[in-house]
Write a protein that binds this ligand. Structure first.
Ligand code: SF4
Ligand code: ZN
Length: 737
C-alpha cells in the first residue's frame, strides 16, 4: 500500500467529516432539532448508518451521534516519517467519510427536497436526471435481483469518461453482463450520466443505469442499496456490521470505476468501499493498493485503459461473466439434445470412423487467452462439398482464478450435450472418438463450425461460473492439425486415466453417480468407482469427485456404498438404493464386476462393449473405432443399438477402454483372463497395460493369447488358436453357470 494513497484518503476523510459537520451546524441553526430528516419512503432510515451502526436517524438531532462516531473513526494523520501505514486506519478514514456522505445527502434532501426526482425514470425534458436514493418500492423490486442472481451486482462509476463514446462503451459492456450501473459524481462538471444521454443511451432503473447524483456524496446511495438488500433478503440485523460487510463482500459483486482525476474525497470513498470488499479501478494514475486481503483480489488498481476497464474490473472483483444470449443461427436448448441426424438429412460429418474428431479442454493462464475468441483454422462447412466427412479438432482453453487441471475432463465431457443442444446437429462420443453430424437444415440456416465455439464459450460461462473466467475455442479442420491435437490429447487422456491407477474400490467409502446420459438413456445411471471408470471413458472417480465439488447439485452425486452385498460380483446396498431412485424405479440393483449377472446399465456413449462367447468359454470386447464383424455375430454399432438404451443386458456390458485392464474388470466372471478376442487396434492401443495386468494374473504372455480379426471373426475360427496357445479361459469354470 502506498503512503500517498493513504495520505490522500485520510486527508479526504478529514475534509469530508469537517465539511459535513459544518453543514450540520448550519442546518441546526436553520431548523428545529426535532425536524424530520431521511430519505423518501423508506423503512431503513439512513441505510448505511442504520445497517452498520444500528442507529436510526429520524430527526436532525439524531444525526449528531453518527457524525460524532465518524469523527472518532478518523485516524491520526499520516506523517512523512511513517513510510508504510497499514490498511486499518485507511479503511476507518474511508468509513468515516461514507457516514458523513450519508448525512450530507440527508441534509440535501432537507434543504432541497426537489433536487432528486422520486421516480424510476429520469425526466430529461425537465432537465431532471438525478434519482437519488431508491425508495422501498424500487428497492424491493430491484434488490431481489441481486439475491436471485438475475443481477450479479453493480458497477459504481464515478466521474466522467474522456468522451461520451467511451462512457457508452464501458456502460454497455456492463449491461451485457447483467450488472446494474450506478452513476455518481462529476469530473470538472461533466458526468457519465450526461455523457450517456448525449450518446443516446437510455438511463434510469429500467435500463439498469441509475444516475444517483452529480456529487461524490451520492455514491453513498449505492452502498445504502447494497446494505438494504443484505438486511431485507440476507437477514442481516442492523448493527451487525461484520456480517453486513461480509455479506456484501461474498454476495454482491460490486466495484467502483473512478473516471478522471482522483481527488482526496474520492480516495476516501474508495478506501471506504474496500470495507465492503468493493475494489476501485481508475483510468488515471493514482497510487494503487494492490496487496489483497479484503477485496477478493486487488483493492485499488490504477491506469486501466478504457477498453480494458470492464474486463479488468470483472477480473479484479472476481465477478463471473454471464453470457445470456447464445448468438448462433440455429435454435439451441435441451429440447434438441435427443434429436438424431439421419442419413437422408446429413450434410456432412466429422469423426465416427471415416475421419477423426478429437476434443480437448486445457487450462490456460489468464493473460494467455482472450475470452470469447473463437477461431476456425482450416475449411469451414461452407467450404466443403455436401456429403463429405472431414476431421475436426475442438480445442478449448479455459482460464480462471479458481480453475484447476482436475476440472478439464469435466468441462470436456460437456461438449457432448452442449453440441447436441444445437438444433439439427448431433454429437456422439467423446475424447478422440467423437462424432459430429450436421444436417442440411442446419447448414441452410447458416450453421458454421464457429458456432460450436460460440456455444461452448457461452455455456461454460453460464454453467461453470464459479471456476471459469475466460474461454477461448479453436476448431481445427486440417488433417495435420487434428492429428497433432489428437496426439497431444491422448497423452492428456492417459495422464487423467492414470490418476486412479493406484486406487482400489475397497479404499474408498464413497462412489459417484453419473446421470449425464439420461437425456438419451433415461434409466441409465453410471456408478463410477475407482476401479470402474465411466463407460464413456471420459469420467473416472476423480473426475466425478471434482465435478461434485464444482456443482454439488449436478449429475455426479456421492453415493455412500454402504453394506457390501457381494464382494465378487461387486454389489452394494447404498448403490442399489441410489440407482433405484435415480432410475425412477426402473433399475433395482446391478453388479459392478459382472457382465453375466445383472451387469451395470449401458448407454450409447460406451467406448467398448463386451459380449460373451459361450463356445470359447470366454468373452470378447469391441471398441467404437472397429467397424468390422466380431465373433459374437454383431458389429459395434449393432451391439450399441441393442443395448445402449440404458438397460442392464446380461451377457453384455459397456465399458471404457481403460477399464479393461483395471483390477476389477469382470472379476465376477473370471476377470481379464476370460478375454479371448479383441480388435487388433484396441489390443495394440492398450498393449502395455494388457501385458502388465496379464503378468499380475500369472500370464505374462496374455497379450499374445488374445485372438483378433487376423485370427478370425467367428468363434469357430478362433477356437483352434485359443487351444494352440493354451488360453486360460478354456480351463476356467463354465462361463454361464
Ligand atoms: Fe456419465 Fe456414464 Fe454418460 Fe460417461 S457414460 S457421461 S460416466 S453417464
Ligand atoms: Zn452416454
Amino acid at each position: 500500500m502506498s503512503r500517498l494513497v493513504a495520505f490522500a484518503a485520510i486527508q479526504g476523510g478529514y475534509n469530508i467529516v469537517s465539511k459535513v459537520e459544518g453543514m450540520y451546524k448550519k442546518a441546526l441553526a436553520t431548523y428545529n432539532a426535532d425536524t424530520k430528516v431521511g430519505f423518501p419512503n423508506t423503512a431503513y432510515y439512513l441505510p448505511v448508518i442504520y445497517s452498520l451502526l444500528g442507529m436510526k436517524v429520524e430527526t436532525l438531532e439524531d444525526m449528531k451521534k453518527p457524525l460524532d462516531f465518524a469523527r472518532g473513526l478518523l485516524p491520526p494523520h499520516v506523517k512523512g516519517s511513517h513510510h508504510l501505514p497499514y490498511l486499518g486506519p485507511l479503511l476507518d478514514a474511508g468509513m468515516a467519510a461514507l457516514f458523513a456522505f450519508e448525512i450530507q445527502e440527508a441534509i440535501r434532501y432537507l434543504n432541497e427536497p426537489d433536487f432528486y426526482l422520486h421516480s424510476e425514470d429520469i425526466d430529461q425534458d425537465a432537465g431532471k436526471i438525478w434519482l437519488g436514493a431508491a425508495d422501498d418500492t424500487v428497492f424491493r423490486k430491484r434488490g431481489v435481483e441481486f439475491v436471485d442472481g438475475s443481477a450479479p451486482g453493480f458497477a459504481a462509476i464515478v466521474g466522467a469518461a474522456p468522451n461520451p463514446e467511451i462512457a457508452k462503451l464501458i456502460v454497455e459492456e456492463y449491461q451485457k453482463r447483467s450488472l446494474y450501473i450506478f452513476l455518481a459524481a462529476n469530473q470538472n462538471g461533466t458526468t457519465v450520466a450526461e455523457q450517456l444521454l448525449e450518446a443516446g443511451v437510455q438511463i434510469g432503473w429500467n435500463t439498469r443505469i441509475v444516475p444517483f447524483g452529480p456529487d461524490i456524496s451520492s455514491a453513498i446511495f449505492a452502498l445504502g442499496f447494497a446494505n438494504r438488500a443484505a438486511m431485507a433478503f440476507g437477514g442481516i440485523k442492523p448493527g451487525d456490521y461484520k456480517r453486513m460487510l461480509l455479506y456484501n463482500k461474498d454476495r454482491v459483486f460490486a466495484f467502483v470505476n473512478a473516471l478522471g482525476e482522483v481527488n482526496a474525497e474520492w480516495a476516501a470513498a474508495a478506501a471506504g468501499c474496500v470495507n465492503w470488499g468493493f475494489p476501485t479501478l481508475s483510468d488515471t494514475d493514482i497510487p494503487e493498493i494492490l496487496p489483497t486481503g479484503i477485496c477478493t483480489y486487488e483493492h485499488v488498481v490504477a491506469n486501466v485503459p478504457h477498453d480494458e476497464m470492464v474486463q479488468r474490473s470483472v477480473e479484479v472483483r472476481g465477478l463471473k461473466v454471464t453470457v445470456s444470449k447464445i448468438d448462433i443461427p440455429c435454435s439451441f436448448g435441451p429440447a434438441y439434445e435427443g434429436e438424431r441426424v439421419r442419413g437422408a438429412d446429413l450434410y456432412c460429418q466429422m469423426g465416427g470412423g471415416k475421419s477423426t474428431a478429437t476434443e480437448l479442454v486445457k487450462m490456460a493462464e489468464m493473460n494467455e487467452i482472450e475470452d470469447g475468441k473463437v477461431e476456425v483454422i482450416g475449411p469451414d462447412i461452407k467450404d466443403i462439398k455436401p456429403g463429405t466427412s472431414f476431421s475436426l479438432g475442438i480445442y478449448v482453453q479455459i482460464a480462471g482464478r479458481e480453475f484447476q487441471t482436475d476440472f478439464e475432463p469435466i468441462l470436456e465431457r460437456q461438449i457432448h450435450h452442449l453440441v447436441n443442444y444445437i438444433q439439427s446437429v448431433m454429437h456422439i462420443g467423446q475424447r478422440d472418438i467423437a462424432w459430429v453430424r450436421v444436417s442440411k437444415a442446419a447448414v441452410e440456416k447458416g450453421f458454421s463450425l464457429k458456432d460450436i465455439g460460440v456455444v461452448l464459450h457461452a455455456k461454460f460461462h453460464q454453467d461453470f461460473q464459479k471456476i471459469v473466467d475466460k474461454v477461448q475455442v479453436t476448431l481445427y479442420t486440417k488433417q495435420e492439425d487434428v492429428d497433432k491435437l489428437t496426439k497431444r490429447a491422448r497423452e492428456e487422456y492417459r495422464t487423467r486415466d492414470e490418476r486412479v491407477e493406484k486406487m482400489t474400490d475397497e479404499s474408498v467409502e464413497t462412489y459417484y453417480s453419473c446421470t449425464l446420459c439420461q437425456s438419451f438413456a433415461p434409466n441409465h445411471v453410471c456408478t463410477v468407482s475407482p476401479e470402474r471408470t465411466g463407460l464413456c471413458g471420459a469420467y473416472n472417480w476423480m473426475d466425478c469427485k471434482a465435478s461434485f465439488e464444482i456443482n454439488p447439485t449436478g449429475p455426479n452425486q456421492p453415493i455412500e456404498k454402504g453394506e457390501c452385498l457381494d464382494p465378487v460380483l461387486g454389489q452394494w446396498k447404498g448403490v442399489n438404493d441410489f440407482i433405484f431412485k435415480a432410475s425412477r424405479g426402473a433399475v433395482t440393483h446391478y453388479n459392478f464386476y459382472s457382465m453375466i449377472k445383472d451387469p451395470m446399465t449401458t448407454c450409447g456413449c460406451c467406448e467398448a462393449i463386451a459380449a460373451t462367447l459361450p463356445t470359447c468359454n470366454g468373452v470378447m470386447t469391441v471398441h467404437r473405432d472397429y467397424s468390422g464383424e466380431t465373433p459374437c455375430g454383431m458389429k459395434f454399432t449393432t451391439l450399441a443399438g441393442v443395448m445402449g438404451g440404458g438397460a442392464s443386458s446380461p451377457g453384455f456390458v459397456g465399458h471404457s477402454k481403460f477399464n479393461i485392464t483395471q483390477g476389477k474388470f469382470l472379476k465376477g466372471d473370471g476377470g481379464l483372463l476370460r478375454m479371448v478376442w479383441m480388435p487388433k487396434s484396441l489390443k495394440e492401443e492398450i498393449k502395455d497395460r494388457i501385458i502388465k495386468r496379464g503378468t499380475a494374473l500369472g500370464y505374462p504372455n496374455l497379450y499374445d493369447m488374445i485372438a483378433d480379426e487376423t485370427v478370425g471373426i467367428t468363434e469357430e475360427e478362433i477356437m483352434p488358436f485359443l487351444q494352440k496357445v493354451g488360453h486360460p479361459a478354456l480351463t476356467m469354470p463354465s462361463l454361464l453357470e
